[in-house]
Write a protein that binds this ligand. Structure first.
Ligand SMILES: [Fe+2]
Length: 419
């Protein structure tokens, strides 16, 4: 275990007393959670021990299967166990996992959670005010959601902390177990078992970046031991009584110009939702479509031209919401055209987008006009969807769990107000 205590006074600044990579649990304890896959839910565990942790379903011992064994850069083993429906208890490594509820009413959304270490972009991973994902995770856990959606970008520690930088000294980096542990699993350790998850792939999880760790640990489809990273994750649908969650991998779909091949792939995936989903649909994809990271010189920037080509006239009319991250803001965009409301929850921990919060009404984004909504920058946090008699309420919380804004959602409509 490495300890890199940051409690020190430097140049008048009191640095955090949190160590760079303090495990939230004992070294031998596995990280355990449950997540939706294409054909049901799986319990998963990551352990640094040789064997998978003990598993128990309804009091009966059962062996977990190795999903990804230890290897060069990953001194850890990912284990998996399919969970049958109608079970009443699941324990992994002695930890009780919260089982799926029949109809989730309270759904947490979080995204873009890791600590940025890339070239000249250096975040103070040791300072919980400057990289607050551990607090964000604790605040989500305190609200006891039925389901947790991570909209992608878990892994941000790509290059070394510069020598002498106390803000990040001791930080791990690279697509390896230490960096994945420090960026996601350890700060989320206490949140992981408290509700089933839906994991969405971000562009930080493409194969050239954190893709190996993604495919080993979090991807819903099977791990390919030969390649070590699936170039794209197949789409899958989680059918729930109130809606279908359609998970789309947009990790490789570029924003500024149309990539015809990627547009064709996603177009087919959107078209397939006509038959693979039932009822209202929430599309879960890391990259938003007609959305912006902010406004420069009066013009919105950052919309996705490739996804716009794939989506226009293709997304089924039953798609009410697109849940994304990627832009490090909290954003709700309700359009003048009959399009799904875009929700962006990208403020979970990484550097926030610059610029001011603004009323997005009247923005024209790649030819699409925003009728109403929210665009908030400058605060870390997460969001919660709560089912009501009238539809859903979407609340934006800061990192401490204080409600900031709320939108009442019904079908594709969204009416938002500051709390
Ligand atoms: Fe992203």
């Amino acid at each position: 275990m490495r300890w890199a205590w940051g409690a020190m006074l430097l140049g008048g600044c009191i640095m955090s007393s949190v160590p760079a990579s303090r495990p939230a649990q004992a070294d031998a304890a596995p990280y355990v959670w449950m997540q939706y896959a294409a054909d049901g839910v799986e319990a998963r565990a990551i352990t640094t021990q040789k064997a998978c942790p003990a598993a128990e379903i309804d009091g009966v011992d059962i062996a977990m299967q190795i999903r990804a064994g230890a290897e060069d850069k990953f001194a850890s083993t990912t284990c998996a166990l399919a969970i049958p429906t109608a079970v009443t208890s699941v324990k992994i490594g002695g930890v009780a996992l919260k089982l799926p509820v029949a109809s989730p009413q309270r759904i947490a959304i979080v995204g873009d959670t890791g600590c940025r270490l890339k070239g000249i972009y250096i975040q103070a991973c040791n300072d919980p005010q400057k990289w607050p994902f551990r607090q964000v995770a604790a605040s989500i856990a305190a609200q006891h959601p039925d389901l947790i959606i991570h909209v992608g970008d878990y892994h941000y520690r790509e290059t070394a902390c510069p020598a002498g930088d106390a803000g990040c000294s001791g930080s791990s980096f690279g697509d390896n177990w230490d960096a994945w542990r420090d960026d996601f699993f350890d700060p989320a350790a206490h949140l992981l078992p408290i509700a089933p998850w839906v994991m969405v792939r971000g562009n930080h999880e493409e194969c050239a970046r954190g893709g190996r760790g993604w495919s080993r640990a979090l991807e819903a489809s099977p791990y390919d031991d030969f390649t070590g990273c699936n170039a794209s994750s197949p789409p899958f649908v989680v059918k729930l009584p109130l809606m279908s969650l359609a998970v789309i991998d947009t990790a490789m779909v570029p924003e500024p110009t149309v990539d015809e091949r990627q547009a064709s792939v996603v177009h087919a995936q959107y078209a397939a939702l006509q038959t693979t989903t039932t009822g209202p649909v929430w599309v879960l994809q890391h990259r938003p479509i007609w959305s912006t990271g902010g406004v420069v010189a009066g013009l919105p920037f950052g919309d996705n031209k490739t996804l716009a080509l794939a989506a226009r006239d293709t997304l089924p009319a039953r798609v009410d919401y697109i849940l994304s991250g990627h832009h490090h803001v909290f954003q709700v965009l309700n359009y003048a055209d009959d399009l799904p409301t875009q929700i962006v929850v990208g403020h979970g921990g990484d550097f926030l987008n610059k610029g001011r919060s603004a009323d997005p009404a009247g923005w024209v984004i790649n030819g699409v006009t925003v009728k109403a909504g929210l665009h908030q920058t400058g605060k870390f946090g997460f969001a919660m969807m709560q089912h009501t008699d009238a539809g859903w309420t979407l609340t934006n919380f800061d990192q401490a769990g204080t409600a900031l804004q709320r939108c009442d959602l019904k079908g594709r409509s969204a009416v938002c107000a500051t709390e």
